[in-house]
Design a protein around this ligand. Sequence first.
Ligand SMILES: Nc1nc2c([nH]c(=O)n2[C@H]2C[C@H](O)[C@@H](COP(=O)(O)OP(=O)(O)OP(=O)(O)O)O2)c(=O)[nH]1
Length: 161
Amino acid sequence: MLKYTIGFIKRGDEILLLNREKASWMGCWNGVGGKLEEKESPLQCILREAYEETGIELSNMEYKGTVTWIVNGKDAGGMYVFLAEVPETFEFFTPIKTAEGILDWKKLEWILHPKNDGIANLHYFLPTMLRDQATYNHCFVYQNKAVVDFYSKQEDLTTMR
Ligand SMILES: Nc1nc2c([nH]c(=O)n2[C@H]2C[C@H](O)[C@@H](COP(=O)(O)OP(=O)(O)OP(=O)(O)O)O2)c(=O)[nH]1
């Protein structure tokens, strides 16, 4: 079982991102989400975290796979990834300053721009996740803070039943 969830709320060509105020995330835009609580399923966790962090009550989010990290040769855990598409008419006015940080709708073009270093490592896995119906296991290999390898594998759902 992985420890975290991350979720992307998509409205047209924008995604609602959070710039957390926590020291470890300072200045870095990322999806909503957080740590799984005891006895909570990944879906329950992301729906709770999305509500806590944005106030948006989603009834469902689509499971899109996992992201895991290997840091200096060691398994460093990972997160379950979810997506929710809301209609383009969905009203949620930003930027909003919350207890967690700042929420804002960000254009996909901005999120995926290769020169954008004000964002968590989303450009590696977000395009596949948005394009493909299948679920994937994405893996980052870090050497200290630098990504030295990244690979994705389509999830084999037969082994998960
Ligand atoms: N894109 C990306 N997201 C990450 C990475 N590592 C990581 O924890 N996340 C995600 C998982 C969660 O959605 C979020 C972590 O949020 P958080 O540490 O504030 O979680 P939390 O509020 O539940 O934690 P806590 O206050 O209970 O300690 O960031 C990463 O390397 N890349």
